[in-house]
Design a protein around this ligand. Structure first.
Ligand code: NAD
Ligand code: TYD
Length: 361
């Protein structure tokens, strides 16, 4: 066993940021296994094209033959599992892929890893880690005065997405409890930052604002999310991998709750200052309230005390600094956005928003 790690889903939003930071810090070889669904984008990884410490493999976490080969060949000291279907609205339109990848795929991945881990010598066995990247959405929805989610909060997932992630978390827990697999699980709040696919609120609003399209707010816009800059999430994962206690769960969050409408207004003001509309009017004029999401969770909030106290992690960015970096990145990377927002993306926008009576396509 060496310092190589296998990362799954490393061509998606958070996985990309994780792999880029890992390479930048020279932490060792990464074997990046990704199925390249609509959300996976090799363009995210161009800067690693000639880096011998990044090995991209096109494949599915559910492919146990492929996994057995990769594990035997690369002898990783850890597997970090980002691969998932991740968009709540897509899970409402079509839950099947979420069950296949998030539940069945994670199960097959765990089986492959268990077989590999079982054959390691005692020292390597002890050092090995399987880190499962999960979400705060598994805990369900909070009322406005409820305490934030701790690691012992009962699971109560409400969407097909969060239910599938909850199922995968339970499988990971069971593989530790039953087989002794050295697992770690992180449950993180909403991320934002570079390389975020423009189907999610923050990149969608930036993209639509600049394109002169409506900024769709579901329902009243009073739903609350807890936002964390993606690089802070990646730093938390590295910390958990390094010093997290085997079998434990760590909640990761930004201590930064905001109603959706406030997030959108902040983005509008920032764009007004950085890239004013040609007609001089505020981007906020483009805000449009649309039909609410089915089963829309009211509030998520993470209590990240455990990871701060036990592992010494805390976010480096405030929402103000993180969102500024994010807006700058999108303004500087319009080609990236333009390449994504063709083809399949248009199809999704049409299906999801035009049904809501909005001319967004
Ligand atoms: P994403 O949708 O941007 O990326 C997912 C990646 O996984 C894509 O590159 C996709 O091609 C790949 N993938 C999908 N199915 C696969 C399969 N069967 N085999 C191999 N690769 C596959 O998602 P993200 O936002 O980067 O989220 C990554 C992980 O973090 C997910 O597990 C998600 O549940 C979790 N998470 C996300 C957030 C967030 O705000 N985005 C917050 C907390 C936790
Ligand atoms: P999203 O970015 O999809 O993340 P999640 O559903 O995992 O929290 O959505 C964030 C919040 O923004 C959520 O409450 C739904 C809302 N939202 C809108 O109001 N309009 C939109 O077009 C989208 C995509 C999301």
């Amino acid at each position: 066993m060496n310092q190589t790690i296998i990362v799954t889903g490393g061509a998606g939003f958070i996985g990309t940021n994780f792999v880029l930071a890992w390479a930048k810090q020279g932490l060792g070889t990464v074997v990046n296994l990704d199925k390249l669904t609509y959300a996976g984008n090799l363009e995210n990884l161009v800067e690693l094209q000639h880096n011998p410490q990044h090995i991209f493999v096109h494949g599915d976490i559910g492919d146990q033959v492929l996994l057995a080969r990769l594990l035997a060949e690369h002898q990783p000291c850890a597997v970090v599992n980002f691969a998932a279907e991740s968009h709540v609205d897509r899970s409402i339109h079509g839950p099947e892929d979420f069950i296949q990848t998030n539940v069945v795929g994670t199960f097959h991945l765990l089986e492959s890893v268990r077989a590999y881990w079982g054959k390691l010598n005692e020292v390597d066995k002890k050092a090995f880690r399987f880190l499962h990247v999960s979400t705060d959405e598994v805990y369900g929805s909070l009322g406005k005065d409820d305490a934030a989610f701790t690691e012992t909060h009962a699971y109560a997932p409400n969407s097909p997405y969060s239910a599938s992630k909850a199922a995968s978390d339970h499988l990971v827990r069971a593989y530790h409890h039953t087989y002794g697999l050295p697992t770690l699980t992180t449950n993180c709040s909403n991320n934002y930052g570079p390389h975020h696919f423009p189907e999610k609120l923050i990149p969608l609003v930036i993209h639509n604002a600049l394109a002169g399209k409506p900024l769709p707010i579901y329902g009243t816009g009073q739903q609350i999310r807890d936002w964390l800059y993606v690089e802070d999430h990646c730093a938390a994962i590295r910390r958990v991998l390094e010093v997290g206690k085997v079998g434990e769960v760590y909640n990761v969050g930004g201590w930064n709750e905001k109603p959706n409408i406030e997030v959108v207004k902040i983005l509008c003001r920032m764009l007004d200052a950085k890239k004013p509309r040609a007609d001089g009017k505020p981007y906020a004029d483009q805000i449009t309230f649309v039909e609410d999401r089915l089963g829309h969770d009211q509030r998520y909030a993470i209590d990240a005390t455990k990871i701060a106290r036990e592992l010494g992690w805390k976010p480096q960015e405030t929402f103000e600094t993180g969102i500024e970096k994010t807006v700058n990145w999108y303004l500087e990377n319009q080609d990236w956005v333009n390449n994504i927002t063709s083809g399949d993306y248009r199809h999704w926008v049409e299906k999801h928003y035009v049904e809501r009576g909005e001319e967004l396509a």
